[in-house]
Design a binder for this molecule. Structure first.
Ligand SMILES: C[S@@+](CC[C@H](N)C(=O)[O-])C[C@H]1O[C@@H](n2cnc3c(N)ncnc32)[C@H](O)[C@@H]1O
Length: 316
């Protein structure tokens, strides 16, 4: 059964107001959540298949081991919610292994979420699906059909938590703890610190898909905010900041130029940058510490043979 999608208050965030305010700031930035319009979400799905982007295939191999163990632990019929569910591709395997009764996918990308839920409904006709449009970094509530279930699991794959600075990550984890209730479990992935070259290649791949993904933000502003970015006059820049343990992604101006966005003029010098995304890299210890300070206790950790990626099972 596919229920009508629900909209949390946080879903009505205004793209124009948020972009204008954060571009007026010094240094200018744009929240990474705006990267995911329908085209951006589709480009992200392409990124997951790129050779240089080791994250998705490494995580998939870990899930091969973790999902059967989770099925033994929880049994069928539980409620699962997924944070930042995107295309819900990984979820198909989780749903097959765990056979839950209810699935609540949550994402800011409204149209993409609805399409993904419809596809999933065709594959799992007996599963109750309630899509929820919400911003995970703001307060939201889960449907009562979820909270009244005895066995509840939150699924946050893809190391999306790495996009949040530490204080936002803590806020998200505490919010998920409050929304899911006592005795809930959380299955969450984190990308681990590794060789700088491997990291930088993953976020500036040789096929150019990560580049397209970042620059699509300018195309989105041209379409939705009547902006007049000349995309050929900007480039995608990504680098690993070792001290802060994060990949930093920027859009960089290739010339001195003025761009109009929603009627407001913004001037760029050659080399000026807008920060569009962070991806924090953790150690097993630092991630367990983040979870424990946010109300979650680590029960089990799965990693790959290189220790590149971690999947953590935690309890509320
Ligand atoms: C890195 S993709 C991961 C997609 C999928 N879960 C996977 O692992 O392949 C991040 C997803 O989180 C969503 N997202 C990003 N920031 C969000 C926010 N603040 N609130 C809700 N969803 C968000 C995006 O729309 C996107 O679908």
């Amino acid at each position: 059964m596919l229920k009508k999608k629900q909209l949390a208050d946080s879903a009505s965030d205004d793209f124009a107001a948020d972009v204008l305010a954060s571009l007026r700031a010094d240094p200018p930035s744009i929240s990474s959540k705006w990267l995911y319009d329908t085209q951006g979400s589709a480009l992200f799905e392409q990124i997951t298949r790129v050779e240089d982007y080791y994250l998705t295939r490494t995580e998939a191999a870990i899930f091969d081991e973790a999902f059967p163990a989770l099925a033994d632990m929880f049994g069928p019929g539980m409620a699962i919610t997924e944070f930042g569910s995107g295309a819900s591709i990984k979820t198909r395997r989780l749903l097959t292994a765990l056979e839950p009764q209810l699935y609540v996918p949550i994402d800011v990308a409204e149209e993409f979420l609805q399409d993904a839920a419809e596809e999933l409904h065709a594959l799992f006709p007996k599963l109750e699906i309630i899509p929820l449009v919400a911003d995970l970094t703001a307060p939201y509530e889960l449907p009562e059909a979820f909270t009244r279930k005895n066995r509840r699991l939150g699924f946050f794959p893809g190391s999306t938590i790495g996009n949040f600075p530490e204080e936002v990550a803590v806020q998200f984890l505490r919010g998920a703890r409050a929304a899911m209730g006592d005795k809930a479990h959380l299955l969450i992935s984190a990308d681990l610190v590794k060789d700088k070259d491997v990291l930088e290649r993953a976020y500036d791949d040789s096929e150019g898909v990560t580049r397209q993904f970042t620059l699509n933000l300018l195309t989105r502003m041209n379409r939705e905010l009547s902006a007049d970015f000349d995309i050929s006059q900007f480039r995608h820049v990504s680098r690993f900041n070792t001290e802060k343990s994060r990949i930093e992604i920027f859009v960089e101006s290739l010339a001195a130029q003025t761009v109009s966005i929603a009627g407001e003029a913004f001037t760029f010098e050659k080399g000026d940058r807008i920060q569009t995304e962070y991806s924090y890299k953790y150690t097993q210890e630092s991630f367990a510490q983040l979870l424990s300070q946010s109300g979650w206790e680590v029960e089990q950790v799965w990693t790959d043979p290189n220790d590149w990626f971690g999947v953590f099972l935690a309890s509320a």
